[in-house]
Design a protein around this ligand. Structure first.
Ligand code: NDP
Length: 237
């Protein structure tokens, strides 16, 4: 049973923010955790030392490197694809290469990582993608590419849940709303606007998102699959 036994957990994009909280949560619950980062070596190495986890420098945009690294890890009980980037602004002005890279990291990488991990996942394993409430509600301009990339994950988890369900592997999406990280700091300039869309008007803490991921990894959630679980203070309500 995942999470109730010593297990191997892979967190893609674990050096900062929500991913770092997920690494801390799994490590404190006794899992053996490997996490990746793209460029933040110092925080990654510090987190690895603090938690006894293993940090791997790996750009999720590099499919070959991503799938090879996953193959090299052997059995993986839980994979969490958290690595994601935000590119926002007037679509008429946005750099097309940056938009393509966003789709590579936010959509292609979760797919390839999930499939690679499933190849070496025991029955009953867990695949968890980190999406966004912007998949369901886009109440402001400038976020079309990002929102589209996160909306793609809702179809992805439904499809992969069908593919891997016969093995008892669950595939789910966690959709945070505004969460206090480097990507979306709780004291940023758009906060009043973001909070105006929410029933409970505050940023989430990364640890709250990590708690939902931990629950999905646990034995109580073994029948939850193909689902999008939203933690957004009612942003999309
Ligand atoms: P941060 O920008 O604070 O951290 C992003 C993490 O992902 C870092 O560890 C970063 O590594 C890693 N990462 C980014 N690109 C790559 C890459 N190409 N390869 C490997 N790792 C990469 O983001 P958040 O913690 O805020 O967001 C985490 C996830 O949650 C994202 O998918 C985001 O879209 C989603 N989300 C966030 C919300 C928010 O309000 N914060 C709201 C809704 C969803 P490095 O440190 O090396 O750069």
């Amino acid at each position: 049973m995942p999470y109730s036994q010593p297990q191997s957990v892979l967190v893609l994009g674990g050096s900062r923010g929500i991913g770092a909280a997920i690494v801390r949560r799994f490590a404190s619950d006794g899992a053996r955790v490997t996490f990746t980062y793209a460029s933040s070596a110092a925080p990654a190495l510090e987190l690895a030392e603090q938690t006894g986890s293993t940090a791997l420098q790996l750009d999720s945009a590099d499919r070959q490197a991503l799938t090879s690294a996953i193959e090299g890890l052997g059995a993986i009980d839980v994979v969490v694809v958290n690595a994601g980037v935000f590119v926002g602004g007037d679509p008429l002005e946005l750099d097309a290469d940056a938009v393509d890279r966003l789709f590579t990291i936010n959509v292609n990488a979760p797919y390839h990582a999930a499939v690679s991990a499933a190849r070496q996942m025991p029955d009953g394993g867990r695949i968890i993608l980190i999406g966004s409430t912007n998949a369901d509600r886009v109440p402001m301009p400038g976020v079309a590419a990002y929102s589209a990339s996160k909306a793609a994950l809702t179809g992805m988890v439904k499809g992969l849940a069908r593919d891997f369900g016969p093995r008892g592997i669950t595939v789910n999406l966690v959709q945070p709303g505004p969460t206090d990280t480097d990507m979306n700091p709780a004291d940023g300039p758009l906060n009043d606007l973001m909070h105006s869309f929410m029933a409970i008007k505050r940023h989430a803490r990364s640890e709250e998102v990590a708690g939902m991921v931990a629950w999905l990894s646990g034995s109580e959630a073994r029948l939850v699959t193909g689902a999008a679980l939203t933690l957004d203070g009612g942003f999309a309500a």
